[in-house]
Write a protein that binds this ligand. Sequence first.
Ligand SMILES: Nc1ncnc2c1ncn2[C@@H]1O[C@H](COP(=O)(O)OP(=O)(O)OP(=O)(O)O)[C@@H](O)[C@H]1O
Length: 293
Amino acid sequence: MLELSLESVSYSYRRGHLAVSDVGLTLGTGVVGLLGPNGAGKSTLMRVLSTLARASTGRVLWCGEDIARKPDALRRELGYLPQDFGVYEALSAREFLAFLAAVKGLPARSVAGRVDACLEMVGLHDVADRRLGDYSGGMRQRVGIAQALLNDPRLLIVDEPTVGLDPEERARFRHLLAELAGQRLVILSTHIVSDIEASAGELAVMAGGRLRYHGAPETLIAAAAGHAWSWTIPSDRLADVRARFRISRAQRRAQGVEVRVVGERAPSADAMPAIPDLEDAYLWLLHRAGVEA
Ligand SMILES: Nc1ncnc2c1ncn2[C@@H]1O[C@H](COP(=O)(O)OP(=O)(O)OP(=O)(O)O)[C@@H](O)[C@H]1O
C-alpha cells in the first residue's frame, strides 16, 4: 500500500504571499494530473512533495511518515524530473545514466543492469550509445524519466514534462507515463489539458495557490454540463468575443470562426448548446473560481 497525504499544506516565499495555500489531498497509485495556469503553485507544491522545500504550515505524510521529520524515507523512493532538467551533451545516454546512478549511490555492481533496464523502459535502448547532444527534445525528456527511474521509485514526480515536445513525442511521453503508473504514484504537473486526458485517471486542479478540484476528470466534465456552447461568428468579431466571454478554443470555418464558449448562460440566441469536454470543464472551473486561465 502506498499513500501520499497532504494535510493543510501552505508555502510562502515571502511573508504574506502564499504560493500554496491550505492544500489537502490524499493520493494512492496511478497517474495524477496536476493542472493549473501559470503561477498556480504547481511547481512550488512539487518542490514541497519532493522535500526540496519545507511546507510553511501543514504536513505531508508518505506512507504515514511526516516527510519534514523523515525526509529520507520519501527520498529513497522518489524519482523526480524537474522542469529545468538538463543533460551533459558530450555523454551518451548510457554514460550519463551510469554517472547519475553512481551519484545516487546505487551499488556499483548493479549500475550497468539498472541503466539497461531504465533505457529499455523509456524506449532508448537502441540509441543508448549516441551523444545526448544529438538527441531530440522528446528523447532528452525520456532520459529525464530514465534517470528518475534509476532507484525504482514508488513516487515519480514530473514537472511540466511535455513543454516543447512535438505532438508525436508528446503522445509517446504520455503513453510512457501511463505505463509506468502500475504500482507507483506518478504526479504529472502540466498546464496542458490534453496531457491529462491522455494519461491521468485522477485530476487535481490548482489556481491561485489553492486546490480547486480533486477527482476524476469525468466528474469535472459532468459538472460543466449545460455551461458550454458552440457559436459561429464572423472572423472580425473574434477579438470582441474573446474580450467578453470565456473561450476554450476557436476554429476557422468556411462561414467564420466557430468558438467554444463557457459561462452561466448562452452568449447569444444563435449559440448551440455543446457537450463539454475537459478543456471546457477546466475553463468553467477557473471561471467559477474567478481566476484567469
Ligand atoms: N523563488 C520564488 N520566489 C518568490 N516567489 C516565487 C518563487 N517561485 C515562485 N514564486 C511565486 O509563487 C507562485 C506560484 O508559482 P509556481 O512556480 O509554483 O507556479 P506554477 O503553477 O508552477 O506555474 P508555472 O507553470 O508558471 O511554473 C507565483 O506567484 C510565483 O510568482
